[in-house]
Design a protein around this ligand. Structure first.
Ligand SMILES: NC(=O)C1=CN([C@@H]2O[C@H](COP(=O)(O)OP(=O)(O)OC[C@H]3O[C@@H](n4cnc5c(N)ncnc54)[C@H](O)[C@@H]3O)[C@@H](O)[C@H]2O)[C@@H](O)CC1
Ligand SMILES: Nc1ncnc2c1ncn2[C@@H]1O[C@H](COP(=O)(O)OP(=O)(O)O)[C@@H](O)[C@H]1O
Ligand SMILES: [Mg+2]
Length: 288
């Protein structure tokens, strides 16, 4: 396996949970409680000191039951178990308490979801990751065509289908998709993680190609795990560029270990998640 592109964050001897990142994952819905749970568990296993999941009230118990170390925040929802508009006011009062926020897995693209994403876009002093339905919600606005802006620390993690919705460039045209990602990165000063085999990370000028990962990761939930990994690294103080590269490398390396143990067909995102600590342990306190 190749070495990581940069070292993992180290801990001071007297570190406490408040020092190593307080992160929030926002998303989920009735029927997609697993997605935001995978993201939240990935953040826990990547080293965040405190992880909370803000989810529609109707799926709180399901999400909470996945991991005892996870805290959960119930937000207003509709009868179908999607965020209702009151959820936006509720979460607005809480977001400033976090070092990093990841949003989107399993969330749906209701009007409330769109408002929630607009709220997070305005929070330019908080490190944020937008994935899945947060990106689909963004596609329903004119964000990709707005005046250029400084977004603050912000990472987008689209798969080719999501990038097609965001940019209009077909998911089958990898080269043009990467150009479109550069354009979005330049327009709003963000980092874009163009997922796939291999994943490519871009900002306005730079491009980095990952060396880990395998087709066994083509299984529902793999990307949700990546959201939690990258959010966790951001919350531990890494820049968006470094958190994206290291997170993508770690995620792929965990996928490679899962494939060795379970086979590409047999592994699921759950097994990938379980391999994150082993990869990190192999590099703990090691100079690269
Ligand atoms: N356990 C769960 O609750 C899960 C929930 N999920 C959620 O389900 C919702 C829908 O997400 P999906 O990603 O499934 O649906 P999408 O409709 O966003 O993506 C699927 C489509 O995107 C295109 N696409 C995706 N990857 C591609 C690639 N590598 N190359 C070319 N085209 C590609 C394909 O056209 C594919 O049919 C999201 O909210 C997501 O977070 C998924 O993450 C799966 C697991
Ligand atoms: N063939 C592949 N090779 C390497 N990585 C892959 C491959 N297929 C999928 N992946 C990785 O798996 C993840 C899939 O993300 P995504 O499509 O968002 O899944 P989901 O939404 O189901 O969680 C991405 O990180 C992607 O890079
Ligand atoms: Mg996804």
């Amino acid at each position: 396996m190749t070495n990581p592109p940069l070292p993992f964050p180290s801990r001071k001897t007297d570190a406490h949970k408040g020092d190593v990142g307080r992160v929030l994952l926002v998303g989920g819905s009735r029927g997609m409680a697993g997605s935001i749970s995978l993201s939240s568990m990935a953040a826990l296993h990547t080293g965040s000191g405190l992880v909370s999941a803000a989810v529609p009230d109707r799926c709180l118990e399901t999400v909470a039951s996945f991991h005892p170390c996870l805290m959960t925040i119930p937000l207003a929802d509709d009868a179908a178990g999607h965020f209702a508009s009151a959820a936006v006011t509720e979460i607005a009062q809480q977001v400033d308490a976090y070092d990093a926020i990841g949003c989107g897995p399993g969330m749906g693209t209701s009007d409330a979801a769109i408002e929630l994403v607009e709220l997070l876009l305005q929070k330019s002093d908080i490190a944020r990751v937008l994935d899945a339905d947060a990106l689909n919600a963004l596609s329903k606005t004119n964000w990709g065509h707005r005046q250029s802006s400084k977004s603050g620390p912000l990472i987008l993690t689209p798969h080719p289908g999501e990038l097609q919705r965001l940019s209009g460039v077909r998911s089958s045209d990898r080269e043009q998709q990467i150009k479109a990602a550069h354009r979005l990165a330049a327009l709003h000063d963000v980092v874009v993680v163009v997922k796939g085999g291999p994943t490519v990370v871009v900002d306005a000028e730079r491009k980095w190609t990952n060396t880990t990962g395998n087709p066994g990761m083509a299984t529902g939930g793999s990307g949700d795990v990546l959201t939690g990994v990258v959010t966790s690294l951001l919350g531990q103080g890494m820049t968006p560029w470094d958190a994206s590269r290291l997170g993508v490398w770690l995620h792929g390396a965990a996928g490679d270990r899962a494939a060795v143990k379970h086979g590409q067909a047999g592994m699921t995102a759950r097994e990938l998640l379980d391999e994150i600590p082993g990869v990190m342990a192999a590099y703990e306190n090691r100079c690269i």
